[in-house]
Design a protein around this ligand. Sequence first.
Ligand code: FAD
Ligand code: HEM
Length: 460
Amino acid sequence: MAGPNLTVPQFPAANSQQRISPSPSAGRNKVALKPGRSLMDWIRLGRSGQDLTGVGGKVLEVSVDELAKHSRPEDSWIALRGKVYNITPYLEFHPAGIDELMRGAGKDGTQLFDEVHKWVNAESMLEKCFVGRLKVVPPTSRRGSATSRGSTRSNTLSPNGSITPLNLKPPSGPQPPRQDWFQNAKSVTIVVYTKWQAMKHEFVTIDLNDRKLSINIFLETHTYRMHVELEKAIIPDYNVKVHKDNGKVEIIMPKSVTDEQWQTLGTNQSDHGTLVKTTEREVSYRHCTIQSIQEVSYDTKLLCVQLPEGTRMCVPLGYHVHIKHNISGMELARSYTVVLPSLRSSEQDILVEQGRVFYLMIKIYPDGALTPWIGGLSVGSTLEVSDIDGNFQSTQLEKSTQLILMAAGTGFTPMVRLLYQTLVEEQDSKRHVKLMFFNKTKKDILWKDQVDELQSKNDR
Ligand SMILES: Cc1cc2nc3c(=O)[nH]c(=O)nc-3n(C[C@H](O)[C@H](O)[C@H](O)COP(=O)(O)OP(=O)(O)OC[C@H]3O[C@@H](n4cnc5c(N)ncnc54)[C@H](O)[C@@H]3O)c2cc1C
Ligand code: HEM
C-alpha cells in the first residue's frame, strides 16, 4: 500500500469555510478530513511497515530542548505521559484538524490532550510513532518537598462520623464535599453534601465489585470519587435520593445480612475522597452485555446495553458514553449518545430509570473503523463502556419557550431525549418544538413514524 503524501498543505485552505476554534472551550470542533485520511486509513498505515517515527525506529532519550525543535507541521513531536511521539504523519488524520493538534507540538501536550479528550488512547494510536522517552530533569532542590501524594495509605471511617479524605486533590480550588454514613438494621446509607442545587440522581454512578464500592459524583466541572472496600457485603439494589434544595445526596444500600452491625463503613482505597477536574479523571470502563438489538433502518441499530450487576449508571440528558475496542491491534474509543427505547411512552423501559440498562442508536459504516465490529455483535456479546461524559446543562432548557433542533443523520440521537422530555414528559409545558432533520434519502430518516406520531398527537 502506498503511504499518504506526508507533505502538509495549508489547512484549512485560505478560502475554506472551515474554521478552527482557538481553544477546546470554544466547543466541539471536527473538520472534514481529506479522502484517505480516515481512522481506518491510519490503522492501515500503521500496519504498512513504513517508519512513522522519522528516526528509523531508534528509541531516543529526548530532552525538553530537543522536543522544542520539533514544532513545525513538517517535523512535529509531542510528549504525552513521558513518551515522545512523532505526530508529523498523524497530522492529516487528526479529526479536529492540523492546527488543533499543532497546539501540542514541540512540548509536553499531556495537559492539553487530557483537557480535550483524555479518553482517546493516544498510546495505542501512536504506538508506531514512538520516538523515545522524555528526559526528566531532576528538580534543583528537593528540600522541603512533601511526601508523595495519592499513596495507598488507607484509613477507616468510624460509624456515623464524617471523615476528612486523605487525598485532597487538587490542593487548591474546590474542596471535596463533606460526607457521612449511618446504618439501620436493613441498610447502610452514605450521605454526600454536595451543596449543588442543580444536583440530580443521574450524576451519581455506582459500581460494586465484590465488596469494593466506587461512587462517582459529577459536580459540573469536577468529579468527586468515593472508593471504599466495604466492611461487609451489600445487595446492589441502591436507592439514590437527591435533595434539590441543598444538593444532599443519599445512597441507600441494603445489607446482605439484616441486623448485622457494621463497625466501620470499610477501608478507603487510594483515590477515595478525591475531587478532580472531570476532564482529568481516569476514565473507567465496564464490561456490559447486549440485551437486545433492533433494526432502526437499513444501516442503523438500536442496542439495549445491560450494565454489570453491581453498577447503577443513569445517563443524564445530552450526555454520552465511549465504547472502546481493539481493532487490528489499535485500541479505539468512539462516543455514542444515550437515547431511549422509543419516543412512545408505552414503550419505555423501567430498567433505564433504575440505571441498569441504556439504549444506543448506532449507524454502521461498512468501511468505518469501529462500527463494523459493533454491527457484528449479537445478543449476549460484551462491550466495554466508559463513564458518562458531556457538559450539557438542561437548566438552559428551563427558560426557553422555543426549541429549535437541527440534526443530520445520527445527529438525531441527542434530540431523542429532548423531544421525549419536552413533548411527552412535560405535558404542561408551553414550549414549542421545531425539528429540522437532514437526511440523504427518505429511508435514512430515523424513527420517522415515531416523530410523525409525536407531531400528530401534540400541537406544540
Ligand atoms: C459526542 C458524540 C456522540 C455521538 N453519538 C453517536 C450516536 O448516538 N450514534 C452514532 O451512530 N454515532 C454517534 N457518534 C459518532 C461515533 O462516535 C463514530 O464517529 C461513528 O460511529 C463512526 O465510527 P467508525 O469508527 O465506525 O467510523 P469512521 O472510521 O470514523 O468512518 C465513518 C465513515 O466516514 C468515512 N470517512 C472517514 N474519514 C473520511 C475521509 N477522510 N474522507 C472520506 N470519508 C471518510 C468512512 O469511510 C466511513 O464511511 C457520536 C460522536 C460524538 C463525538
Ligand atoms: C495535544 C493536542 C491536541 C489537541 C488540542 C486536540 C484537539 C482535539 C479536538 C478539539 C478534538 C475534537 C473533540 C470533539 O469533537 O469532541 C479532537 C478529536 C480527536 N483527537 Fe485530538 N487533539 C490533540 C492531540 C491528539 C493526539 C496526540 C491524538 C492521537 C491519537 C488525538 C486524537 C484525536 C481523536 C481520535 C479524536 C476524535 C475523537 C472522537 O471520535 O470524537 N488528538 N482533538
